[in-house]
Design a protein around this ligand. Structure first.
Ligand code: DON
Length: 324
């Protein structure tokens, strides 16, 4: 077979696997969509998508792979990359550590010894990271974040205005976290503006296809697999993947690292992106969540894939490890 037909055969094979998993987990209806942000409770709970993009730009999509949903906490990973690139590691580490907490994502808790937020994947850390987005006005800062998304996606994303408004109206716990950080000198005093930006970046609409593209860019050490553009610095992707593996799945992160072993980030919108360095990324969307805030079907799909196809990053027999 030629190179092209081998590649096509491989993609067709993976599409069949994703199709089988989709069919197998459609009947799984455990869990509930997030409702603490009222607008999120209005989504169709039965939506289900699996998408994948390889580092050489091949794509697979099954189910509702072009259905848009809000990115939610997956934004935390991208904003972390932006902060590292803009301000450098030392500046960021002064404000946000890298230790998993074992607490829920919205815990009102800081790293008191070091006077910083525990890690960038919990709300405290994500708000501190959002504080670092540069710009004179809210519009400038929203624009900075949107253009970052645009580079990852290859197109300009929309913000779901209803979700943004709903987050703003009900985000008092995030306000408490932010004002605690202000009182400790961790963030700047434009707190309401930073919170507004944080709510906006969580309300950005993406599809499972988009999410797999974002993940594949990070897995490709920062180069977009389709546009070929450098989206984020190579050394920064190492730090992004590390915190994804240690902190990306809320307080389930330790078990996830042990059983699935794929650097990943989930969001309460129902998305999970898993990144296999050098190979590509898989995205699952299904809005019914477990008690940790992770998509129930998403977890099952990743467990199966990791187990069946040796996708754990420390699997001694992994056929997926990239070399470049
Ligand atoms: O802070 C919130 O409530 C959301 N906008 C972020 C949601 C999310 O996915 C959970 N976070 N780790």
């Amino acid at each position: 077979m030629t190179d092209t037909s081998t590649r096509q055969a491989r993609i067709a094979w993976f599409e069949r696997i994703c199709g089988d998993l989709h069919e197998r987990f459609v009947p799984l209806t455990d869990g509930e969509p997030a409702s603490y942000i009222p607008e999120l409770a209005t989504v169709d709970p039965d939506r289900f998508a699996i998408a994948a993009v390889t580092t050489d730009g091949e794509r697979v999509g099954v189910g509702d792979h072009d259905h848009a949903f809000t990115i939610q906490s997956i934004s935390k990973l991208l904003l972390y990359g932006l902060a590292l690139e803009t301000h450098g590691r030392d500046h960021v580490l002064e404000r946000v550590g890298v230790a998993p907490t074992g607490d829920s994502f919205n815990a009102i808790a800081l790293d008191d010894d070091r006077n910083r937020a525990p890690n960038p994947m919990v709300n405290a850390g994500a708000i501190a990271i959002t504080d670092l987005v540069v710009g004179a006005t809210l519009d400038d800062r929203v624009e900075a974040v949107r253009s970052m998304y645009e580079r990852y996606l290859g197109h300009r994303p929309e913000v779901d205005r209803e979700v943004w408004t709903s987050e703003r109206a009900t985000g008092n716990r995030n306000r408490a976290i932010a004002y605690l950080m202000l009182s400790r000198g961790i963030i700047d005093d434009r707190v309401e503006q930073t919170l507004d930006l944080y709510f906006a970046q969580c309300s950005v609409l993406i599809t499972a296809d988009d999410l797999a593209t974002i993940g594949a860019t990070i897995a490709n050490h920062g180069v977009h697999p389709v546009t070929g553009e450098r989206v984020v610095r190579r050394d920064v992707t190492r730090d992004m993947l590390t915190v994804a593996l240690t902190c990306g799945m809320y307080d389930y992160a330790g078990e996830w690292a042990y059983t699935v072993g794929i650097p990943a980030k989930s969001g309460v919108g129902g998305g999970i992106v898993g990144m296999i360095p050098g190979a590509g990324a898989i995205a699952v969307y299904s809005p019914r969540l477990d008690a940790f805030g992770n998509s129930v079907r998403g977890l099952r799909v990743f467990e199966e894939l990791s187990d069946e196809f040796e996708m754990h990053v420390f699997d001694p027999d992994s056929p997926w490890r990239g070399t470049d």
